[in-house]
Design a protein around this ligand. Structure first.
Ligand SMILES: Nc1ncnc2c1ncn2[C@@H]1O[C@H](COP(=O)(O)OP(=O)(O)OP(=O)(O)O)[C@@H](O)[C@H]1O
Ligand SMILES: [Mg+2]
Length: 355
């Protein structure tokens, strides 16, 4: 039934033949000694550099910050575990380097960079993302996460699904990056954690408040990503210098009124498949329901996005999409109680927030 998601299952346990340990010298040579000009960006765990190996292949090297020596064994062991997780929509590791204080992870370089760069970054004006590419990215990303949740051993909760962690290869195929990362960083915890690792705007409310990670937190973040992909809007839109509106607060009322064209990214110029747009928006909204028990599993999300009629019919009839009188407020995503003010958002990334 879920053949597509599970199709790579047989690959699990096999490492890519390219997988190996890199020397620090080799990575320094490849990246021009981690030159600033080679830097692709910086995230919560360190910086990523573009590099080229002696054979001409392009790599992306993630240089982890702050690493304590006594974690050496754990680092290698955890990286080895991740090396076995392989799926067509997951950015797999090519190898790693652990020398002295340096901890580096090597990936294939993705020529079309991240979804973030196409939606809001320096590629956004070029409009490379037509509707069919967006649809493939939606389904591919869902399949990658579904694999992590349901087929990888051990099962992996991503905890940081967002547009910069969806990379695009030369064919604009989506590859989910940075899965299993929370376990690689110092004091990395198990699946249930009391630390929040995530990005504001994508964080499930219960995860932000209680710090308990679960698969449904990833489903929430993926829902936000779907809304972002369809609309081209950011997860939190700046309304004025002090207030930001969550994308769900904007999208849900429009979806209830059936105004799907208003929800589509203006850069699409109306060039989209109406049924598919509607599907992506409705699935995005149900995934981003503030009540975790209402959210579908990622396997269900894959089926919904692929157009499973029965599941879609049930979704369309969900009470969430019924127009309600102004006085009625449920615990769903509809009211603006989640509106974020600058005071509440000291920085974009939330990491290591002890709750
Ligand atoms: N293999 C890769 N190919 C191309 N670009 C990459 C690759 N890996 C990472 N990047 C880009 O490098 C930048 C930095 O990545 P990094 O993962 O450190 O930060 P992030 O994704 O913004 O945040 P987080 O630490 O939460 O994952 C991002 O823009 C990311 O999309
Ligand atoms: Mg990342």
């Amino acid at each position: 039934m879920f053949c597509c998601v599970g199709s790579n299952r047989k690959n699990e346990g096999k490492k890519d033949p390219k997988w190996r340990i890199f020397s620090l010298k080799e990575l320094q040579l490849a990246t021009n000694s981690f030159n600033y000009d080679n830097k692709l960006g910086e995230g919560g765990f360190g910086s990523v550099y573009w590099g080229q190996l002696w054979d001409g292949s392009q790599i992306a090297v993630k240089r982890l910050k702050s690493w304590s020596n006594n974690k050496e064994m754990e680092f290698s062991a955890e990286v080895e575990v991740l090396a076995h997780v392989r799926h067509k929509n997951l950015l797999s590791l090519r190898g790693y380097c652990a020398e002295g204080q340096e901890r580096l992870i090597v990936y294939d370089y993705m020529t079309n960079l991240s979804l973030l760069s196409h939606l809001h970054g320096h590629h956004s004006a070029e409009c490379h993302l037509d509707w069919s590419r967006r649809m493939n990215i939606a389904v591919g990303t869902a399949e990658g996460i579904a694999y992590l949740h349901h087929y990888a051993t051990p099962h992996i909760i991503h905890r940081d699904i967002k547009a910069s962690n969806v990379l695009l290869d030369s064919d604009f195929k989506a590859l989910v990056a940075d899965f299993g990362f929370a376990k690689l960083i110092p004091d990395g915890a198990t699946h249930v954690t009391t630390k929040v690792k995530g990005t504001l705007g994508y964080l499930a409310p219960e995860y932000a408040m209680l710090g308990k990670a679960s698969e449904s937190c990833d489903v929430y973040s993926f829902g936000i990503l779907l809304l972002e992909l369809a609309s081209g809007k950011k997860p939190l839109e700046k309304l004025n210098p002090t207030t930001k509106r969550p994308i769900t607060d904007w999208a849900l009322p429009l979806a209830r009124e059936g105004k799907f064209s208003e929800l589509s990214d203006p850069r699409l110029n109306g060039n989209y498949v109406g049924d598919e747009l509607r599907r992506v928006i409705l699935v995005g909204l149900i995934c981003a329901d503030s009540r975790p028990e209402k959210r579908p599993t990622m396997l269900e999300v894959v089926e919904l996005l692929k157009g499973d009629r029965e599941k879609l019919a049930a979704l369309e009839n969900d009470e969430m999409f019924k127009i309600k009188s102004a006085s009625v407020s449920d615990s769903g995503t509809e009211d603006s109680s989640e509106t974020v003010t600058e005071d509440m958002e000291p920085k974009q990334e939330i990491e290591d927030v002890k709750l």
